[in-house]
Ligand binder design. Structure first.
Ligand SMILES: Cc1cc2nc3c(=O)[nH]c(=O)nc-3n(C[C@H](O)[C@H](O)[C@H](O)COP(=O)(O)O)c2cc1C
Length: 190
């Protein structure tokens, strides 16, 4: 295969999309859209989130140490895109995504969410001197899952088809195909 060297880019690296939810000082919910995140294992499974530069979501996480992370599905996409392109400093986003309170933490959960992590910041990495970007390593205190995802009658493919998750590549929103290519560790079995 012929290959070219190009400058640092994650263009074709599929990235998950999450709505991070926090309560503002006035008690109303605020949501931003985020994709610079990952999971890691330190004693147990952790969620890792990077917030780059000034954002209301970052300010609220700094102040409260908690937030929610909801996977973006097609039914949330239009509002998620709006939340990702409108700053919480300038817009009141609270009416855009009807929400309820988390089951364990005081964080907002979109009514239409199918999988939301309730997150507590364990520790914060501060990578630059400006103190504007931060990386949060978080413990997953609870997951609020749509009952269809814990239904034992539905297959994996049927669940995907119902929830329709969205990922991002090349600044586009991309659907996830409703099929599995195989299970971990079983790709070489005949
Ligand atoms: C697809 C997409 C992904 C984004 N991912 C991130 C991210 O991972 N980290 C980040 O700091 N900002 C990210 N943003 C930008 C924030 O969502 C955006 O600045 C938003 O307005 C922040 O809202 P807030 O001020 O209410 O926190 C992303 C935006 C889009 C459209």
């Amino acid at each position: 295969m012929s290959k070219s060297s190009i400058k640092g880019s994650n263009a074709y690296c599929p990235q998950p999309l999450y709505l991070y939810g926090t309560y503002k000082e006035d008690g109303l919910p605020n949501y931003g859209l985020f994709c610079w995140c990952a999971y890691c294992y330190v004693e147990n499974e952790k969620f890792v989130a990077c917030i780059g530069e000034d954002k209301l979501t970052r300010d609220r996480i700094r102040q409260t140490g908690i937030f929610s992370a909801t996977i973006v599905t097609e039914n949330l996409l239009q509002d998620a895109d709006w939340c990702g392109t409108h700053s919480g400093y300038d817009f009141d986003k609270s009416g855009r995504i009807p929400s309820e309170k988390g089951a364990v933490l005081d964080v907002p959960i979109p009514d239409k969410s199918v999988w939301t992590l309730e997150l507590k910041v364990d520790y914060t990495l501060i990578p630059n001197e400006n103190y504007d970007s931060e990386i949060y390593v978080c413990s997953i205190e609870n997951v609020l899952a749509d009952d269809r995802l814990v239904d034992k009658q539905l297959t994996f493919e049927e669940k995907l088809e119902r929830i329709k998750p969205v990922v991002t590549m090349c600044c586009k929103y991309v659907p996830v195909e409703f099929r599995s290519l195989g299970d971990w560790g079983k790709m070489n079995e005949s």
